[in-house]
Design a protein around this ligand. Structure first.
Ligand SMILES: [Zn+2]
Length: 248
């Protein structure tokens, strides 16, 4: 599988847990011998401005975070484009699903998923997309940007036990009408992370379910990194999701 990555994502750009030292390395170490790495390039200004207000972009710039946030967003765009022909993953940070058009919180600055899908829509590479957000936290920013656009359906599963959670994902994935499936892949729902729910194998199952749905739709699929904070299990969880996406 092609994995979009850049060594600059190892930078500790803030003091929040998404920017923690060793977090990207923990994933990179597990993936590096099993994937084809593609170097991330920054998102173009027009792709960011298609999603975020100028005042929000200026705010991110004032905080010294424009370059790293644009590099993450650009990696998401690349992964989405690769995803049209083969499953792909963006190993990027900062995460994005709490970034709305005019504000952001929760360790996010630019909405990587929204920027990727909007860019492909603007370039007429897709008509309709489906976003599955498996992070522990509700992806409010993605709903803010894409919820009313009319061409993206968004699912934030939230059932209380793992069997119900997987059943909810299975049931919500559409059989037709979608050109691209994007997984906002947070791993903080893992049993050894903040959410204490899903097993490593559940990420393999989710990857498989999404790939199977994408085949039914004759659609592409890609995933990008959101949360996930236990460095001891994070690499294995990402790898499980990617394996599932290749098997489905
Ligand atoms: Zn989260």
């Amino acid at each position: 599988m092609k994995v979009v990555y850049h060594k600059d994502f190892n930078q500790v750009y803030t003091s929040d847990p998404a920017a923690a030292a060793g977090r990207i390395e923990a994933i990179y170490t597990v993936l590096k011998d099993n994937v084809t790495l593609v170097e991330s390039i920054p998102a173009g200004r027009e792709d960011i401005e298609a999603v975020h207000t100028r005042s929000h972009i200026e705010n991110v710039t004032r905080r010294g975070l424009y370059d790293i946030a644009a590099l993450a967003a650009g990696g998401a765009v690349q992964a989405a484009k690769i995803g049209l022909s083969e499953p792909s993953f963006a190993l990027i940070r900062p995460p994005g699903h709490h970034a709305s058009a005019d504000s952001s919180w929760g360790f996010c600055y630019f909405n990587n998923m929204a920027i990727a899908i909007t860019a492909l829509k603007r370039e007429k590479m897709i008509n309709r997309a489906f976003v599955l957000d498996i992070d522990l936290h509700f992806g409010d920013g993605t709903v803010n940007v894409l919820g009313d656009c009319g061409y993206v359906a968004i699912c934030n599963p939230g059932s209380g036990n793992r069997e119900d959670y997987l059943a909810e994902v299975t049931q919500k994935l559409p059989d037709k009408g979608i050109d691209l499936f994007g997984i906002s892949a947070g791993f903080d729902y893992h049993e050894k992370d903040w959410g204490r729910l899903l097993t490593t194998d559940d990420y393999r199952i989710i990857g498989k379910l999404v790939r199977t749905a994408s085949r039914k739709n004759n659609a592409g699929c890609f995933a990008l990194l959101e949360g996930g904070y236990n460095h001891d299990v994070l690499g294995g969880n990402v790898f499980a999701l990617l394996e599932g996406m290749e098997q489905g």
